[in-house]
Every structure is written in C-alpha cells, then in structure tokens.
Write a protein that binds this ligand. Structure first.
Ligand code: FAD
Length: 544
C-alpha cells in the first residue's frame, strides 16, 4: 500500500482509525474458513462523507476496497477480501440510530448499529417494538446481516426483505438514496418499491456500492407470545414435519422455524468428544446416539415462535398441535413456564437442600419429556429471548465445538479465537421428501470425508428451507482443514449437478457461483463496469 495513499487515508479518518500495525493486520486477516488473505490496512470511517472520500481515493490509486459493517460473517469469510493487500473498511463507528418511528414501526440506522444495540435502545426508551435478531453475536450488524440476506426467527426474519430506503455510496463517491422521489419523501422508509425500477436489490451480496444508512422495519410488540418445541424421536417423519411446517407457514400460522439435528445440538453444549474416536477420524453413529441420549436430545428438534393477540396465539397453538402433535413430542413454552424452567436450571446447580429440591422438580419434568439434561433445557431456553428479538451468545458457542478450550465466557469471536468452521448453505424447496433425500446425500459426502453431519434447517420463507451444514474442523490440524475444504468443494459440486443454489457462500467460492447463469453474470458485469470501471469496490464479490 503506497505511503501517500495511507497518508491521505489518515487525513480522512484520523490516524487512530487507520490500522496498519503488524498485529492489527494479523488480527483482521483471521477467518474461520481454511483460506487466507492478508489485508493492506483497515480503515474505520465515521460518516458517509468519509466513506465517499475513501472510495474516491481508492479510485485514484487503484486500491481494492472491501466493506464490512461489523465484520462477523463467520463461516463464510469474516473480513477477508478476494484480493491480497486490499483496504478493509469496517463501519462499526457509524453506529447512529437516526430515527425510531413507533406508529409506522421502523427505524433508520447506520451499518455499525448492532442487533444488541438496537434491542437495548428500544427497551431502554420504552418503545413497543421488537427487532428480529439472528442467533449469531449480539454484536452483529443489522444492516450487514440484511445485506448478506440473513435470516432470523420472527415473522420479520427475512432481513433483506425488511430493509426499506437506503443511502449508498457508489464507486465514484456519489451518494444515492433509494425508495423515494426525494430524501425527504415521507414514505421512503415504508414503501419499498419507490417509483421506477427498484434498485435496492443491486446492493445485496453486491460489489456495486457501500450502504451507509437504511430503514429497517420492526415488529410491533405482540400482545402474546409463546415458543413451540417439537422433538422428533424417530428421524423417519422428518419429511412430514417439513411438509406440515410449510402448510402452517403458507397459512401465516408460523414463520422462520428452525430445526436442528442432535449432532448440532451437541456442538452447542459439549466440546468435540475426540476421546471417543477410538483411533478413527469420525465418531460412530452409535456414539453420537449415545451422547444425544445422555443429553436427552431427540434426533431432530424444531423450534418456532407464535405471535399475536392472546386469541390468535391460542388459535394458532391449536392449529400447530393439529399438524404437528402426531409427528413428535410437542411442547409450548409461555412466559410462566419459561420462568419456572429457568428457575429449575439455576436451582439444580445449587448445593444442599435448595439444589435437592430443584433436582426433584427436574426429575418431575422427565414424566413429560425423555430424560433431558440441564444443559439441553438451558440451550432450548436460550432460544426463547432470541424468538423475542433479544440476541445472546448461546448458539454462537457451537462455533467453538472443536476449540472449546479457547471459548471465552463472553464476547465470543470465533475468528479471533482460531475456530475452524465453514458453513455450507444450500436453499431447497420446502418439500419434505426432497429435503430428506438431499440430506442423505449430504451425509454420504460428509462421512466419506470423515466428517459427522450437523444440520440446521431454517424456514427462510414458507416455500423454502435453508439446509445449513456447519463443517467444524480443528484449525491446528492441517490435514483436517484441507479435508474440510475438500468436503465443502464436493458439496458445492453436488449442488451444481442438481441445480440447487446456496443462499450465501464462502468468499473463495464466489468465483464459481454464477458459472451456470452466464446471461445473468454478463448483465451484472455490464452494470459493474458502468458504475465501477476500475473495479474498486469488492471486485469478484458473488461473481461480479
Ligand atoms: C454459530 C453461528 C450462528 C449464526 N447464526 C446466524 C443466523 O441466525 N442468521 C444469519 O443470518 N447469520 C448467522 N450467522 C452468520 C453471521 O455471523 C451473521 O450473518 C452476521 O450477522 C454477519 O456479520 P455482521 O452482521 O457483522 O455483517 P458483516 O460481516 O459486516 O456483513 C456481512 C456481509 O455483507 C457485506 N456488507 C456489510 N456491510 C456492508 C455495507 N455497509 N455495504 C455493502 N456491503 C456490506 C460484506 O461484504 C459482508 O461480507 C451465524 C454464524 C455463526 C458462527
């Protein structure tokens, strides 16, 4: 990186906001996937004017620039650019909440606003509004996640679908606003289509601009809320469960349910049991079943939220029971039962008489659910606040599955802590049999490479499921890291053959992602050339 480029960058951002030390470069070049790129510098701009001046500077010097909001895209690429020596922009200082409109249920925020920050702000100011959050870090960015088409748990779980009216810096430094005929247009953040072609989609998973502000739709706090959990003790009815969830979602009764297999649930609650490998590279099925049984984990567990007026929640619970209760063990958890369960989980850990009392209460629970460990109850309960838009770090702990000894108590950061994780994230039609057959193939590919199969099924909309497969590996083991990459490549090849797509992919995979749709890629490249002729912004991102 040229000295006078850095000098001018410092003039724009201030010296403390341009990171160049070897320690900083090393820290910001860390990633959970087995791939490496070293950045040239990291800049932390404070406002849209600085972002605009930085891209103009990059154009002048031909320096590639990659932008991240808070930079927690673990499992896909964290803050790595495709090009060596690129400038990395992290917008975490741009964390202003410009507006919250309670009547029309939206907020206008900058990319540095985290999900924890907005949730805390709404609560502290007494707004009757909920955010939709992911089960990733509370420190994750709302805009960054939405721009990467992230998914949450409530009816507002399609994050890009709930952005409205953006401010975007283009490669020549020009600032474009979308969603209205003027910046002052009163419907800019509440009517997504604006007038004329709707261009917001051009900035999702994109190399066409840097989003510096956006409107975000929020959910009016519902009068009533309950969580449902269904445990499926026999994996055979997985297909009918998926079909039932599609039918329920198409009728607006549920949305964005998440289902996880027992192996993924284990990854959340214990470290990888390498002592049970018995000289092999892969845990035996029986060993996994035994571990799951010890934790009271059924082969599959699905969770979702029920939101509405008290009457709506009562009616929807009846509908959910009608469709799901014959397929597994269905439990509803409301405010009261959540509090009691939390008290039991806390209580069993106490010594003496108090602990004994709660242990007695917990064994009473076994009458209703199979022998279920305190850890399992605890991790199910951790989802309860997430379903209400209150993020926590409980699920993020799964990223430390093969690196438990480095898991801190709080402020988790899997890239910083050298966790090995690649997310394979295909998206499939919400057809039970199709997903079940697909999963058999995924399992075959994983086990032939000596990896167990962890799966999270995410209902991305009523018609599709993301079949998320986290591939955990030990970063200190070069052979395992290489094998993990090979597994991911084979999984991607399998998708290609069957014409499925991923909803999000790793940075090195982006090169191949549009190979089979040349007309779309060609069109996107023409747009790119027209607005970023020097290919300054994130060149190669998602194949453009
Ligand atoms: C255990 C675990 C659980 C997870 N759970 C979820 C989940 O429930 N849902 C989910 O969606 N993800 C999940 N993730 C993935 C990831 O952690 C989140 O998506 C996270 O929100 C991404 O980080 P970020 O918000 O800091 O976004 P960033 O990393 O800042 O941004 C994401 C991407 O968008 C682009 N981008 C960011 N900001 C801008 C901008 N201003 N202009 C233009 N482009 C931009 C960047 O290229 C970047 O790669 C999980 C990860 C782990 C390890």
């Amino acid at each position: 990186m040229k000295t006078d480029f850095v000098k001018r960058l410092i003039e724009i951002c201030g010296s403390e906001h341009v990171l160049r030390s070897p320690e900083a470069i090393e820290l910001y070049s860390r990633c959970t996937i087995p791939w490496s790129r070293t950045c040239g510098a990291v800049a932390l701009p404070d406002n849209v004017d600085q972002v605009s001046r930085i891209v103009q500077l990059c154009n002048e010097y031909g320096t590639p620039v990659w932008t991240f909001s808070r930079g927690h895209n673990w499992g896909y690429g964290t803050v790595l650019a495709l090009q060596q020596g690129a400038l990395i922009l992290i917008l975490r200082r741009m964390n202003r909440i410009h507006e919250v409109n309670e009547e029309l249920c939206y907020a206008v925020v900058e990319p540095g606003v985290s999900q924890g920050q907005l949730n805390g702000y709404l609560k502290s100011k007494g707004f009757n509004l909920w955010i939709d959050c992911t089960d990733s870090s509370p420190d994750g960015s709302l805009i960054g996640n939405a721009l990467d088409k992230g998914v949450g748990y409530t009816p507002y779980g399609d994050h890009f679908g709930n952005l409205c009216g953006m401010e975007v810096v283009l490669a020549n430094g020009q600032v474009v606003t979308t969603g209205g005929v003027s910046k002052q247009c009163p419907t800019r953040h509440i009517y997504q289509w604006g007038v004329g072609p709707c261009i917001d989609g051009l900035f999702a998973q994109s190399s066409l601009g840097i989003v510096t502000k956006a409107g975000l739709w929020l959910m009016p706090k519902p009068e009533a809320f309950e969580m449902f959990v269904i445990g499926i003790s026999d994996p055979k009815p997985l297909a009918p469960v998926i079909d039932a969830q599609r039918k329920l979602a198409l009728r607006g009764i549920i949305s964005h349910c998440h289902g996880f297999n027992a192996f993924l649930a284990l990854a959340r609650s214990i470290g990888y049991p390498s002592h049970l490998l018995d000289g092999k590279q892969l845990l035996d099925k029986e060993v996994i079943e035994q571990l799951a049984a010890e934790q009271g984990l059924p082969p599959w567990t699905f969770v979702g939220g029920i939101y509405g007026t008290s009457r709506q929640v009562r009616t929807n619970k009846r509908e959910i029971a009608k469709y799901l209760s014959r397929l597994g063990h269905l439990v509803f958890i409301g405010e009261l039962s959540q509090k009691s369960l939390n008290r039991i989980v806390e209580g069993v850990r106490r010594p003496g008489f108090h602990g004994a009392f709660y242990r007695g209460l917990k064994s009473f629970l076994h009458l209703f659910v199979d022998r279920i460990s305190t850890k399992t109850i605890e991790s199910l309960l951790a989802l309860y606040p997430i379903l209400r838009g209150e993020p926590n770090e409980d699920i993020l702990a799964a990223a430390y599955f093969k690196n438990k000894e480095r898991q801190p108590k709080e402020n988790l950061d899997p890239a910083r802590d050298a966790c090995g994780l690649i997310f394979f994230a295909p998206i499939l039609p919400a057809i039970g049999n199709e997903i079940q057959v697909f999963l058999q193939n995924i399992e075959r590919i994983c086990s032939s490479n000596h990896f167990e199969t962890a799966v999270l099924l995410i209902q991305s909309n009523p018609r599709t499921f993301i079949v998320l497969v986290p591939l955990f590996f030990d970063r200190t083991n070069a052979e395992e890291a290489e094998r993990c990459q090979r597994t991911y490549d084979q999984l991607c090849e399998f998708l290609k053959i069957h014409h499925y797509q991923q909803y999000r992919c790793t940075t090195p995979q982006m090169d191949n992602i549009l190979q089979d749709n040349p007309s779309y890629q060609d069109f996107m490249k023409k747009i790119k050339l027209a607005i970023d002729p020097n290919h300054i912004i994130a060149a190669g991102r998602y194949g453009v």
